[in-house]
Design a protein around this ligand. Structure first.
Ligand code: 13P
Length: 252
């Protein structure tokens, strides 16, 4: 059985109050309503709130992920945050390759490779994002794009590292647009991604890797998406900012 995973990516939206309010109330509701979610729930707050978030979640089954790390171990990189710093406050997961980092912070293959290397050095779990642009989809290049994104990054790792990864398929045209991929489009891509893992690493790896969908998931479409055989959960942006909506997604 593959792990079912739901991740809240709060991006640059929540301040200290919002972050702690959400986490405390989310836990309270899960407890009061006796919600047996039996999946992995991961919350990704902004850097300044990782420590307090992690402390609040001590002793629960929920986990925290960072939204980014710097690609170097340490040194004169004013304003940056390293993997070892995050490790020192108990953070063990990180999102890498998000299209917003690729687009706004020019993170390309080489930087992503370095980030992956550092993350693996500190035994982080990596939520690695791939996905095509609208132009690429319109020109039927989505499979080529995603294959290339995987080949130049994740597939550079030996098979014993793949257990540290979750893959998130996030078509760029679906992120924050309200235009979700249909469940057929998402399933077809997830099946394709799994077939690439099969080809590269064999059956036991490809059967185990959790492939999440991201891009305008909400409480209404989550069920259809998550019932597809190769969709193992979701990476949720906007809809993870409201407790009740996020809970419904988790319960889907
Ligand atoms: P939305 O759910 O807001 O489309 O964002 C998806 C995303 O980018 C999660 O990482």
């Amino acid at each position: 059985m593959r792990k079912k995973v739901v991740i809240a990516n709060w991006k640059m939206n929540y301040d200290f109050h919002d972050t702690t309010f959400f986490i405390r109330n989310f836990l309270k509701i899960v407890f009061e309503r006796k919600i047996n979610h039996n999946k992995e729930i991961i919350l990704a707050p902004s850097f300044p709130f990782l420590h307090i978030s992690n402390q609040i979640l001590q002793g629960t089954t929920l986990n925290i992920a960072a939204q980014n790390i710097h690609h170097k171990d340490k040194g004169s990189y004013t304003g940056e945050v390293s993997a070892s710093m995050l490790k020192s406050i108990g953070i063990q997961k990180v999102i890498l390759g998000h299209s917003e980092r690729r687009e706004f912070f020019f993170e390309k293959k080489n930087i992503l490779l370095e980030k992956m290397k550092i993350a693996l050095k500190y035994n982080f779990n990596i939520i690695f994002c791939v996905g095509e642009s609208l132009y690429e989809r319109s020109n039927n290049q989505q499979f080529k794009t995603v294959e290339c994104q995987l080949k130049e990054t994740v597939f550079q790792c030996p098979s014993n590292n793949i257990k540290y990864f979750y893959i998130a398929y996030e078509p760029i045209w679906a992120i924050g647009t309200g235009k979700t991929a249909t469940f057929e489009q998402a399933q077809t891509m997830h099946e394709f991604i799994r077939s690439l893992f099969l080809e590269k690493y064999g059956e036991s790896v490809s059967n185990k890797i959790s492939i999440l969908y991201g891009g305008s998931i909400n409480d209404l479409n989550a069920k259809d998406l998550f019932s597809q055989k190769d969709i193992d959960g979701g990476l949720v942006g906007n809809s993870s900012l409201q407790i009740e909506k996020f809970l419904k997604i988790v319960q889907s």
